[in-house]
Design a protein around this ligand. Structure first.
Ligand SMILES: *[C@@H]1O[C@H](CO)[C@@H](O)[C@H](O)[C@H]1NC(C)=O
Ligand SMILES: *[C@@H]1O[C@H](CO)[C@@H](O)[C@H](O)[C@H]1NC(C)=O
Ligand SMILES: *[C@@H]1O[C@H](CO)[C@@H](O)[C@H](O)[C@H]1NC(C)=O
Ligand SMILES: *[C@@H]1O[C@H](CO)[C@@H](O)[C@H](O)[C@H]1NC(C)=O
Length: 478
């Protein structure tokens, strides 16, 4: 097979950059599968040969298996025309999405590797491979690296974490797949091998590609190495799915482009944050204040904990503590910044912003599709929660709507309490407009701004006791 070792391949970087941006910031309705790369051998088979029939059979077997298996190796036909093939989806992918990825891969590889006796095609979430020779059990590390060109890091943590996964994944049977999601460190990683390898083969494969990535790419904030027999990947933003909700745990930051001209002003940021972290938990999860940084400059800040943490001072405090540490790391010396965490956010600025609706926002969409009915019911619930929240002194409402026996939507909307009711409505309505247009038919969404947050999931992501404190709603009526 043509061996291609691509380090810092330019078009690939550009493609990766594009993909990164898509899932990082904007809508992604259903998982769509675009090939990252295909390698094809130059040796050809002839049309209507026994081999070509066997290959068709192999593809139809693999396609059928993809409705029930995440990772498989398979043969078709008798020697000397036997075809050998395999696919794997990342172990966190749902079966439906795996099937969709493999079906796409079969179509794409047939096109890309037309009449080639060997081929392999890679996607973000799956790989498909076939050959006229028996490659089963042989670790093939002839892959390629990709980096996220959008950021650099000097941290050794990604390599440490992935090294651990390289040790553990081979022992996890049957998938040989292992992930790590460290939300507070903004570190997400996976390691996986194809199913034909033994544990030892998997270990050899992963160890080799880890050495490859160390030789080229670990200065980047986001990298991966995809070989025919195994993968490793690290990102600073979540890309994992279906890990009991960990994929839905986020940290996001917004940093202004301006730096404080002097260190002495920037040094006032931690004292502002520490005041917010101390006061907000006891003030039902919200506090805003300002500190004097020097003769001419004040710093303004606020902190908000998620509505269900209003009476949970410890949870609120520990979230704010983490967010305060991250905001300083993510936005060093910036004049304005926001750090959103799973259960809270903090914000500061050198401009007085209290009472004004903030538009520095992020929209995040779920990765799976729901029906139009579910979408409509969820939107209806969200709108009624918004109407209620703006009239509620705590500016928060949560609710649930049952879509079917197995599907419910949970929504929480909340504003910072420096706003007026009208400001709160304006913020939430802006968010609603964003998620309605960008996250059509998705199984979750969030709008994060410095003045309000909206969130929908198909599981209870907040303490549902909060629903009973919202009596104006009849949330259980479908
Ligand atoms: C392969 O078989 C099909 C259908 O039997 C036929 O139409 C086609 O011409 C054949 N191709 C070659 C290259 O023999
Ligand atoms: C990352 O570092 C490389 C050189 O090591 C440099 O060319 C690139 O511009 C840096 N990227 C960012 C986003 O800082
Ligand atoms: C898959 O690969 C293993 C290990 O090489 C091999 O023993 C097994 O027979 C293969 N499975 C199929 C269905 O060909
Ligand atoms: C998900 O949660 C279930 C039950 O809470 C647990 O048994 C399972 O191991 C968890 N899976 C992962 C990937 O953490």
């Amino acid at each position: 097979m043509a061996s291609l070792l691509l380090h810092h391949n330019k078009p690939l970087c550009a493609l990766f950059f594009l993909l990164f941006m898509i899932y990082h910031d904007t809508a992604m309705a259903i998982l769509t599968f675009k090939p990252i790369k295909a390698n094809c051998a130059s040796t050809k088979y002839t049309e209507n040969s026994t081999f070509s029939t066997n290959l068709k059979d192999l593809f139809s077997i693999l396609k059928a298996k993809s409705s029930s298996s995440i990772s498989i190796n398979q043969t078709s036909g008798k020697a000397p025309d036997t075809t050998f093939g395999l696919y794997f989806c990342t172990g966190d992918l749902s079966q439906d999405n795996c099937q969709a990825c493999i079906e796409t891969a079969i179509t794409d590889i047939t096109e890309s590797c037309r009449s080639s006796k060997q081929g392999v095609i890679w996607y973000d979430y799956c790989e498909l491979r076939y050959s006229d020779t028996n490659f089963f059990g042989v670790p093939d590390t002839n892959g390629f690296s990709m980096i996220n060109p959008n950021g650099n890091t000097s941290s050794s943590r990604p390599v440490e974490v992935v090294s651990q996964l390289v040790k553990e994944a081979p022992l996890v049977h049957p998938l040989m797949f292992k992930t790590q999601a460290l939300i507070s460190e903004s570190l997400y990683a996976l390691a996986q091998c194809s199913s034909d390898l033994t544990s030892q083969g998997c270990s050899d494969c992963l160890t080799t590609i880890l050495a490859n990535i160390k030789a080229c790419c670990t200065g980047a904030k986001g990298w991966r190495y995809l070989a025919p027999s195994c993968w490793i990947r690290y990102e600073a933003t979540p890309f994992l799915q279906n890990l009991n909700g960990t994929s839905t745990q986020i940290t996001q930051s917004y940093c202004s482009s301006n730096d404080f001209p002097s260190n002495s002003v920037a040094n006032a940021i931690p004292s502002l944050l520490s005041m917010l972290t101390q006061k907000a938990p006891a003030m039902a999860g919200f506090y805003y204040t300002s500190v004097r940084a020097n003769k001419n400059i004040n710093l303004y800040g606020l902190a908000l904990c998620r509505g269900d943490l209003q009476n949970k001072e410890d949870d609120c405090q520990s979230c704010l503590k983490d967010a305060s540490e991250s905001i300083v790391e993510d936005c060093p010396k910036k004049t304005q910044a926001i750090e959103w965490y799973e259960k809270c956010f903090v914000r500061y600025s050198n401009q007085r912003f209290f009472g004004a609706v903030n538009g520095d926002s992020r929209t995040l969409c779920g990765l799976e599709q729901v029906s139009a009915d579910a979408d409509e019911a969820t939107e209806k619930l969200a709108m009624s929660l918004i109407n209620d929240a703006v009239n509620n002194p705590m500016f928060v409402r949560a609710g649930k709507v049952v879509i079917s026996n197995s599907l419910s939507s949970y929504v929480l909307v909340q504003c910072t309490r420096d706003l007026s009711g009208q400001g709160c409505r304006q913020c939430l309505q802006t968010g609603m407009d964003k998620v309605s247009s960008e996250c059509k038919l998705t199984n979750g969404w969030r709008y994060l701004s410095g003045s309000c947050t909206l969130r929908y999931e198909t599981f209870a992501f907040f303490d549902t006791a909060l629903i009973s404190t919202t009596p104006a709603l009849q949330p259980n009526s479908a």
